[in-house]
Design a protein around this ligand. Sequence first.
Ligand code: GLC
Length: 736
Amino acid sequence: MTMKRMKTLLAVACLACGGTAVFPAEEQPLYRNPSESVEVRVADLLSRMTLQEKILQLNQYILGENSNVNNIGEINSSFIPGLGSYIYFNSDARLRNEIQRKELEVSRLGIPLLFGFDVIHGFRTIFPIPLAQSCSWNADLVRQSCAVAAREARMSGVDWTFSPMIDVARDGRWGRVAEGYGEDPYTNGVFAVAAVQGYQGDSLTGSGSVAACLKHYVGYGMSQGGRDYEATDISAQALWDTYLIPYEMGIRAGAATLMSAFNDIGGTPATANHYLLTEVLRNKWGFSGVVVTDWNAVEQLMSQGVAADRKEAACKAFMAGADLDMKDFCFKDHLEALVTEGKVPLARIDSAVARILALKFRLGLFEQPYTVEVPDAKRVLLPAYKEVCRQLAEESMVLLKNEAGTLPLRKKNVAVIGPMADDRENLLGSWSAQGRVEDVEGSIYENLRAELGPEARVTYARGCAFDGTDRSGFREARKVARKADVVVVCLGEKKSWSGENASRSTLALPAIQEELLAEVAKEGKPVVLVLSNGRPLELCRVEPLCDAIVEMWQPGIVGGKALAGILSGRVNPSGKLAITFPWFTGQIPLYYNSRQSARPLQGKYQDQPTVPLYEFGHGLSYTSFEYGDLQLSADTIRRGEKLKVEVRVTNTGKVDGKETVHWFVRDPVCSIARPVKELKCFEKRTIRQGESQTFCFEIDPERDLSFVDSDGNRFLEPGTYYVMVKDKRVCIELLE
Ligand code: GLC
């Protein structure tokens, strides 16, 4: 081994022990050599950087027109020499390349810029919102959608997406419930893994992948009252058995980055939470990726009452474990002084800079800092991308109710009524990145007309707006309904009613929409209700008026066609709810995996039902599936052994269909009270009419029967466990 390499490796070792690498000046820039390991390149580059250069790498600003209305931010098209990264708001790579070139012209060490953006459910090809995607129970399709999003984004100048959002959410008043994968920890974890795999692929280098970002770490979905940005009170037990579960799964899947959340947890903001950001993330889980704060989250520590000024905020966030400061420049303005004052060790600076440099090396930005500029026609909205979009939209829609075979539509004289009936824009949903209304391929009305063909008579009336008190359209709506054989009423939410800073005090639709439905129902025709929304809804007054209900969510650019396919019967719906629909808002929080009450038969509401209207996992089909009894490969098991449970599912209906089998476990007696049901496995398959298929859940006790305590230690207790599918249950005994 040459002296040169020995000195380098010594430096790497020094850095790895939290020291600061120092290289003699005569060394050639090893970091310029792509055949060297990332560790060696990072150590070499770090040793050459000044403190000021290091600190600039720890800040992120915006570039282009800030499209996030919730973040007060100016339009910025200039750059700050040496600043490490930007949120990139433009839809193609030109400005990004221009700024990259300017940076590299002045950068003493030629460190390229890193560009991030919120690619939440697509970049330009907009997919269903994540809450809808989870109702597809098709992890591979979600992975494919993220791979499409990664390709469009990377080829448009974005190296890093602030996605997936995996905050377990059980309060639909919170607008961001739209952005995650529902109420269940395991479900959020499975889709976190699918998203990380889709975004990052096998390598971060090249035009088909972007770095993923697990967010918002952690417990953001518990914001009090469903009000965004509010404090949370989460027990240490709940932190470990619910909110941290998806993050550990996403990190094990190789997520490159993570974002700290706005909320506090029991008085300690997530962004200044040393326990979470260092003891758990680094020391327990060994996460080596970048932690970026949320927008202004460092400065907001002052609002949260834990920092007197921006300097103290910078110190608390940085020493807790945040590496990169998004937007507020607290790190840029104060870290140097904090180092000089001895409040921030240089080793901590180096550890953060090292992670950011490692990400840039892994992304290949030193070798290829520029995005190859490709015209839109070759870069976005490709037919193959839309095909994935269509499949995911079809599989995420949920048939909630279907009395007397109202659906699929058999009548050809159809009235399409409601504020959502001929709307396109709101099909995009919140966080629609570079999605454009002109990319939406038709409204519900337009697609249903095309679907039913010239022999059908499809009429339309808007009836009312999304909200307000204008009832003047009711008359026309009733007239159109009167002349039809069946009425499709399309109600729902504007895309701005969910997402960030979009909390609502009730899950109910605006009164005007409920009144429209009641008016139309007076015509006595079969009523099919179609809902397009970003949260579970309060449907207690609506449900009795409808013969069928389809939850289409906010399905993206080909959602209208997907819905038309379901209404016509061309597509057999296969979605199932990943979040509970309560009867009414007052029941919140109401979710399937709650712990048993002390008096299960008492304590019910005196004035309303206590059970949900539609439970987690609910979803109908145009066919019927019959479940056989659960078959066990054994009824006892020991640690280290595996046990199989099987169920035979038969399609007893008249059409092919897709069915998801959800496998739950329960430990009825444990040293820590456990939920009455815990989802541990799910599988979706196509089962042809008349066909039977056997689904198998291979139980690994350590993985599937264990629990976690309030210190994050997983434990496994002998005893009886239930395994449940639908209304079937078997017992297994875990022996000492
Ligand atoms: C926002 C969101 C976060 C997003 C970030 C950048 O405030 O909370 O999810 O990634 O800022 O836009």
